[in-house]
Ligand binder design. Structure first.
Ligand code: ADP
Ligand code: ASP
Ligand code: MG
Length: 451
């Protein structure tokens, strides 16, 4: 049995969490690869520093204090000395990179290089804590393991074929020798040797990539809640854990806003039918959520509801839309050149509406204007909209579901701005004004899930 266990920021966040995390690993007899996120708050701190440009030495002192405190509380003897030395060497390297970045103009490549230091420090810390508990363990950066990334900074994705070939050389022999590698999540390295991050929360995806590439028997995501829940418990306090989910359900929810999994986590494990289990580091005996290739035979209509904010709807008006298919394809191609992700598309007789992340809108508009299509009559942008995603196996094939969902939404007073139904077998998505999104989520939860 080989498993990949990924520990998120909160599972690495303080002394108590680190003790719990190392006990969970120590108590598991399987051959394991551990994937770690930065300690909670560290990636946010690194990102904030890029815009605030503090003096590198004050930044390094802040981080030094955080990591030295953890090392002092958790390690002694040789492990203490080795870990302190590795942390300090890493922080000196980070300091050099900060100086280079401060001297350069804004450069996303240099910034991605800085963002992944939280994961590097976590891997060093946890592997030494494990070694201190007598577990033979080694810290590995994504570069050392050979996790190959492609794509643009902060939006990378892994090359599974190349990564598989590398991990067969770097990771599998360690497992065969009984050594537990602790690998950095969140980023891979591209063919120029530069780190490329996978987007916020990307360590979930890293773990899934590693599980795929070493043909693991299971992938465990350890976090701070009891599993995949019927909604975000911060919005719906009565949300409860879903025992089992199909890959399709989990993938839709993750893509459309359920922060418990990075949007792309499901693809790599689904490709090899590797079960994914979401568990709570602070309640390890809990059942968690099992995500696998199996419909759940439940009678519920809506099994979970998520929302995604910071979106805009761009509408392009042209009386030629339906009569000129070439026009639609040029418009979509132009939008996709600029936008990171498209969340929904809808057409009418004379309008094409596309839901996009709000930060991408200026770039999309400039690409569309550069087309100089004289058939475009006007374009409008509606900001501050959120997408609501209702998921369940029986969503689409049960008579009257849409009517019930929309009458629940209408009772909250929220206007439905756009609907996307029928494209997915398991999800019904629609847009509402962002200020109404939490009310809508709570009402749908109350009506269809209960609590
Ligand atoms: P980690 O640091 O372990 O990666 P995250 O903060 O990224 O953890 O994700 C866990 C958080 O996701 C939970 O604390 C919870 O607030 C939020 N969340 C959002 N939607 C859901 C959901 N459907 N089920 C469980 N948690 C959710
Ligand atoms: N540390 C990164 C972030 O905060 C990646 C992760 O936590 O998964 O986004
Ligand atoms: Mg996360």
């Amino acid at each position: 049995m080989i498993k990949v266990m990924k520990f998120g920021g909160s599972s690495m966040g303080n002394i108590d969490a680190l003790k719990r995390t190392s006990s969970i690993i120590a108590n598991d007899p399987a051959k394991k690869v551990i994937v770690v996120s930065a300690m909670s708050g560290v990636t946010n701190y690194l990102i904030k520093c890029i815009s605030e440009r503090p003096d590198p030495s004050s930044m390094i002192d802040h981080l030094k204090h955080k990591y030295h405190t953890a090392v002092q509380d958790l390690l002694s003897g040789d492990h203490f000395k080795v870990c302190m030395q590795e942390i300090d060497t890493s922080l000196s390297a980070l300091s050099e990179q900060l100086k280079i970045r401060w001297e350069a103009d804004s450069d996303p490549v240099l910034e991605d290089r800085i963002f992944c230091w939280g994961e590097r420090l976590s891997a060093i810390l946890l592997s030494n804590i494990l070694a201190g508990r007598g577990i033979s363990s080694v810290a590995m950066s994504s570069e050392e393991a050979g996790i190959i990334a492609e794509g643009t900074p902060t939006n990378g994705s892994a090359d599974l074929e190349l990564t598989h070939a590398n991990l067969s050389r770097t990771v599998i022999p360690l497992l065969d020798k009984g050594i537990t590698p602790v690998i950095t999540g969140y980023y891979g390295v591209n063919n120029n040797g530069n780190p490329v991050t996978f987007g916020r929360g990307g360590s979930d995806y890293s773990g899934s990539v590693i599980a795929n590439c070493i043909d693991a028997d299971c992938y465990e995501v350890w976090t701070d809640v009891d599993g995949f829940m019927t909604s975000d418990p911060r919005i719906v306090p009565e949300a409860r854990t879903v025992d089992e989910m199909d890959y399709g359900e989990a993938a839709e929810l993750a893509y459309f806003g359920a922060k418990v999994l990075h949007p792309r986590t499901v693809e790599p494990v689904r490709q090899k039918s590797i079960p994914l289990i979401v568990k709570n580091t602070f309640n390890p005996d809990g059942h968690g959520t099992l995500v696998r290739n199996q419909k759940c035979n439940s009678t519920e209509i809506v099994r979970s509801v998520a929302s995604k904010g910071d979106l805009s709807i761009i509408k392009i008006y042209s009386s030629e839309i339906v009569y000129n298919p070439g026009l639609i394809s040029r418009l979509i191609a132009s939008v996709s050149e600029a936008a990171v992700n498209t969340y929904a598309i809808s057409t009418s007789l004379s309008t094409l509406a596309v839901v996009l992340p709000t930060p991408a809108i200026p770039c999309v508009l400039s690409k569309l204007n550069a087309l100089h299509e004289n058939q475009i009559e006007k374009m409008t942008v509606k900001n501050n909209v959120s997408l609501i995603c209702c998921v369940g196996d029986n969503m689409i094939n049960t008579f009257g579901v849409a009517a019930k969902v929309f009458s629940t939404v209408s009772a909250t007073g929220a206007n439905v701005e756009m609907i996307s139904e029928g494209a997915s077998d398991v999800a019904l998505n629609f847009m509402v004004p962002s200020e109404m999104a939490e009310d809508v989520i709570r009402s749908i939860h109350r009506k269809f899930i209960g609590g």
